[in-house]
Design a protein around this ligand. Structure first.
Ligand code: PLP
Length: 287
């Protein structure tokens, strides 16, 4: 396995960075998770745009142009000869001293890791998953924007831990006003009376690339899609609930905080959206 590290390809064993890197010391950096389907990178341009926007927001200057970064991502896949893979692209502030001042960091570090896929087990797409809502809150939009995909994922990590403590694999995060924001690493959708709802970014959701793809697919299939805040109650009484993300794709949620959603199995709308999503990921994308 070849890993891209600051302009070179190195083996996994040699892919090492300093303990003085501020990504390690302070979570100071940004990242992306990207999927490759049958050799096509899904919406690479959108992922790169989001990465550069996240970096800009935290005043981190990525040492490559977008075109160069796209080239390196594609090279990483080609070098590893993957047809289907998950890519992790990380840009950290770089090596500094123990003080948190980023101005002492020499140069951002860029790492691209491509791995064969580990999906949710296949049967979960047929049965759907159970989730809970947790005490951890999404960080406020007026502080560090949830649109920034930063290396500060402690809230999300705590959400995952809370999910495990509740014996489920995923959880929903609320914002500090109690509106449902998203999952630990996925966006959330509900469907009620044939209308598709997902929380707007300002509620505290990352503007997911998969979320955007599903909004477009749903509209193409004739659904009305509304980006509106909703509460836990709205989730409990929804006809269907599902999560979207680069890794998860579209996965049905059939139980929330002990309340059975709809018939307790993945609903027809969710299935239709997943089917169309899977059809499109292979046909669109960049070779
Ligand atoms: N929300 C969070 C917090 C995430 O980390 C992710 C994963 O990237 C998502 C949502 C889903 O976004 P995407 O569809 O771009 O993977």
């Amino acid at each position: 396995q070849w890993i891209f590290l600051n302009g070179e390809f190195v083996t996994k064993e040699n892919a090492k960075i300093s303990v003085y890197d501020h990504g390690f010391l302070y979570g100071d950096g940004v990242f992306e998770g990207i999927r490759v389907y049958s050799g096509n990178v899904f919406r690479l341009r959108e992922h790169i745009d989001r990465l550069y926007n996240s970096a800009k927001s935290i005043l981190l200057t990525i040492p490559y142009t977008k075109e160069e970064m796209i080239h390196y991502v594609v090279e990483t896949i080609r070098k590893n000869q993957y047809q289907d893979a998950y890519i992790r692209l990380v840009v950290s502030r770089g090596v500094g001293d123990l003080g948190l001042d980023p101005y002492n960091c020499q140069k951002p570090q860029v790492v691209i890791i491509a791995e064969p896929l580990t999906l949710f087990p296949k049967h979960l797409y047929e049965t759907g998953i159970e989730v809970v809502t947790v005490a951890t809150r999404r960080n406020r939009s007026d502080v560090l924007s949830p649109k920034v995909k930063s290396l500060n994922y402690l809230n999300n990590v705590l959400v995952k831990i809370e999910a495990h403590l509740a014996n489920v694999s995923e959880a929903l995060i609320l914002n500090d006003q109690g509106y449902v924001a998203e999952g630990s690493g996925d966006n959330v959708f509900i469907i009620k009376d044939n209308v598709v709802y997902t929380p707007p970014g300002y509620v505290g959701a990352l503007e997911g690339i998969t979320r955007q793809a599903i909004i477009e697919i749903a509209q193409d299939l004739g659904y009305v899609v509304k980006e509106e805040p909703f509460t836990r109650h709205d989730v409990y009484v929804a006809d269907e609930v599902f999560l979207t993300g680069t890794a998860a794709e579209v996965i049905a949620v059939v139980k929330v905080d002990g309340r059975v959603i709809g018939e307790g199995v993945p609903g027809p709308h969710t299935k239709r959206l997943l089917e169309e999503f899977r059809r499109r990921v292979v046909s669109e994308g960049v070779k």
